[in-house]
Design a protein around this ligand. Structure first.
Ligand SMILES: Cc1cc2nc3c(=O)[nH]c(=O)nc-3n(C[C@H](O)[C@H](O)[C@H](O)COP(=O)(O)O)c2cc1C
Length: 223
């Protein structure tokens, strides 16, 4: 038996992983980045095969990693975590520079960035696991606190979509209490719990948007 709460005790950060080049670049949110060796500095990144990024990384052989802070904007999370580069140019409205082998590097909301070359690719079933050598790093704002996946879930009340390795079908997990009324964002899975907020969902402003992905109030469904 798999208890997903046990798996969620594993600690993760949150990152925007970009790949491609200045002609066709893309980025996606990943919580599955870890350092695997110190000398040479190598990191591992997993990417769902269905993500456009998997093709772009395999094709270009380079990627950059932008380490996100606790203050990461909903715009960054919703664009890179919930939209696909197959349909939209995600980089166009953000601050990006082009680094190693012309790889895009997201500067918006970045604490630090790593530019890497892909050394080995493992097939992990639904995901590809890229082992990458870090060729260049840039510290952008050393004062910011990196966001952990736990903080994203518990403080920002964020969820992750089906392509993330940590995806859990919350509708099967969560048992709302009889007294609280909860509403789930149909775009990103964020749950607005009346019990946790001063204003019940029914009374919040119509202009209010999902704090994680920016979806409008009408995109929420009662659970
Ligand atoms: C918090 C969070 C964590 C995520 N972690 C991963 C991850 O580690 N690997 C992955 O393949 N997708 C992950 N995703 C999902 C991708 O970011 C998402 O499917 C994205 O839209 C893919 O974009 P693309 O098709 O342009 O590559 C995560 C999303 C969120 C919101």
């Amino acid at each position: 038996m798999i208890d997903h709460d046990a798996l969620l005790k594993i600690s993760y950060g949150m990152y925007v992983v970009c790949s491609g080049n200045s002609k066709k670049g893309n980025g996606f949110i990943s919580n599955s980045v870890m350092q695997v060796t110190s000398d040479p500095a190598q990191v591992a990144v997993t990417c769902n095969k269905k993500n456009f990024s998997a093709d772009v990384i395999e094709h270009s052989g380079v990627l950059s990693i932008s380490i996100l802070p606790q203050t990461a904007s909903p715009d960054v999370i919703s664009t890179f975590g919930y939209k696909s580069g197959r349909n939209v140019d995600k980089l166009k409205s953000f601050n990006v520079r082009y680094g190693l082998n012309d790889v895009p590097v997201l500067l918006t909301d970045a604490i630090a960035t790593l530019e890497c070359t892909v050394k080995t690719t493992f097939d992990a079933g639904t995901h590809l696991l890229f082992i990458c050598e870090v060729e260049h790093t840039t510290m952008i704002d050393n004062t910011l606190e990196p966001i952990t996946y736990d903080y994203y879930r518990k403080v920002k009340k964020g969820a992750s979509p089906v392509n993330a390795p940590t995806y859990v079908d919350e509708s099967k997990q969560q048992q709302p209490t009889a007294t609280s009324e909860n509403h789930r964002c149909s775009v990103c899975g964020y749950v607005y719990e009346d019990a946790d907020n001063d204003t019940p969902f029914s009374a919040i402003d119509d202009e209010w948007v999902c704090p994680i992905c920016g979806a409008t109030k009408e995109m929420f469904e009662k659970i």
